[in-house]
Design a protein around this ligand. Structure first.
Ligand code: BEZ
Length: 211
């Protein structure tokens, strides 16, 4: 059955451009992003991997380890890495799994046969420090992802893991957040000392509590 939010991220050991990786050990007590691309030596994938390499410091800041994957062999990943650096100006600085036997792709349901029989789609899984799946997004091969959006969601996931808040539409880090309806006004006084604005009884807006 397909993975769902809240499920434990299936563990695996696989070969990568940085040696063998066992997912749960590799993540330790941090967060993870596991994402697939369809194929090495293809244009959109080349731009995506360059962008993720450029954003590595942003993932590091959030204690998130990024892992890429395709069903191409390790030797192709290693050859393609040169093209990524040459064309995107950023050297590959995170591991790419070589999932030729599709073990990980099958575990995470990354091959969608009605889209393509053999290649992975552009899947994204965000995995929390508790090893649970926090976010699943799937894009088609023809659409490159927006990794700023992935970082934005991670900011929301990490904030809402620690405070009883939710983040509104188009929220970015530093902006006001919403007190979840499960918190009574009485309890909110203690939890949100900066106060809040009640636009409706169920829509209470407060400054981001960890800023
Ligand atoms: C690409 O990365 O450009 C791509 C890969 C597979 C199918 C279509 C596009």
């Amino acid at each position: 059955m397909a993975l769902r939010l809240g499920d434990e991220a299936p563990n695996f050991t696989a070969q990568s451009t940085e040696g063998a990786i066992t997912l749960h050990d590799y993540l330790g007590d941090g967060w993870g992003v596991l994402f697939s691309h369809p194929k090495d030596f293809t244009p959109v994938c080349t731009t995506e991997l360059g962008r993720v390499a450029a954003l590595k410091p942003e993932f590091d800041k959030r204690n998130v380890k990024v892992i890429g994957l395709s069903v191409d062999p390790l030797e192709d990943h290693n050859k393609w890495a040169g093209d990524i650096e040459e064309t995107q100006g950023h050297k590959l600085n995170f591991p790419l799994l070589a999932d030729s036997d599709r073990k990980v792709a099958d575990l995470y349901d990354m091959i969608h046969p009605n889209a393509n029989d053999t290649l992975t789609v552009r899947s994204v899984f965000v995995i929390g420090a508790d090893k649970k799946v926090k976010l699943i997004i799937t894009y088609p091969a023809s659409t490159g992802r927006n990794f700023d959006e992935i970082l934005r969601v991670i900011d929301s996931l990490q904030l809402t893991a620690n405070y009883q808040v939710a983040t509104p539409v188009d929220w970015t880090d530093g902006e006001d957040v919403i007190i979840v309806p499960a918190v009574s006004d009485e309890d909110a006084k203690g939890k949100f000392p900066k106060g809040w604005k009640a636009i409706k009884p169920y829509l209470r807006v407060t400054p981001q509590p960890n800023k």
